[in-house]
Write a protein that binds this ligand. Structure first.
Ligand SMILES: [Zn+2]
Length: 222
């Protein structure tokens, strides 16, 4: 029987604690492990996060080969390919947990804030197009901080709102993920990675994870 979402999350948090304390165990990374899993993968968790090179999914959770199914792109922006990858993880690989990982000092959020000024000059067109998904989070953050100008915001101020939007879009985009959560087979953790401390800080828990923040708001229009 698969472990519960709560047990999987506890193990990942244990690994992150080893990483932040500077005493990682580096488990399951040797030739033996490689041979053991060559025939099939059975990861317990999936991770969807930003591509930022200062973050490595397996290192920050101190896990090894075959333990995490990882999907990443700049700014953790939801697309059909992301939804398909996570549905594959949930349905075919039967993972019990998906971690959605935001982080400090995100370049995609910097870009979105900058592009808000109308100066798309030094970003490639595709980047400008993609980060438009971040505008609702920027707008809500500005209103909550009573700022008059989006340009006055920092990426770190917007990160939590963008994390919530990412989770809402995943749930709105995939009936399968929603059903698995309703059945108690899948949990979602929205977390923020702290670059300096190495800490993975949970911000939103959905599903059977000991507490439930309730339904997320519907996804904002891009
Ligand atoms: Zn980033």
């Amino acid at each position: 029987m698969s472990p519960s979402p709560e047990i999987i999350w506890t193990k990942l948090q244990d690994g992150n604690r080893r990483f932040t304390s500077g005493e990682p165990a580096h488990p399951s990374q040797g030739a033996d492990r490689r041979a053991d899993i060559a025939a099939a993968q059975t990861p317990r968790a999936a991770l969807f996060g930003c591509s930022d090179s200062r973050i490595s999914a397996e290192i920050i959770f101190d896990v090894g080969l075959g333990e995490l199914f990882v999907v990443r792109n700049a700014g953790h922006i939801v697309s059909d390919s992301v939804l398909a990858s996570l549905e594959y993880a949930a349905e075919v690989l039967d993972v019990g947990l998906i971690v959605i990982l935001a982080h400090d000092d995100c370049g995609a959020l910097h870009a979105a804030i900058e592009l808000d000024s109308g100066d798309a000059g030094h970003y490639p067109p595709k980047v400008a197009e993609l980060v438009s998904q971040l505008q609702p989070a920027i707008e809500r953050t500005r209103l909550s901080l009573a700022e008059t100008d989006n340009q006055a915001l920092t990426a770190d101020q917007v990160a939590s709102e963008h994390l919530k939007d990412t989770m809402s879009r995943l749930l709105a985009g995939s009936e399968l993920l929603g059903q698995k959560i309703a059945d108690g087979k899948l949990g979602l953790v929205g977390a923020r990675y702290r670059l300096v401390e190495g800490l993975v800080q949970p911000e939103v828990l959905v599903g059977a994870l000991g507490q439930d923040d309730g339904p997320l708001a519907p996804p904002p229009a891009p």
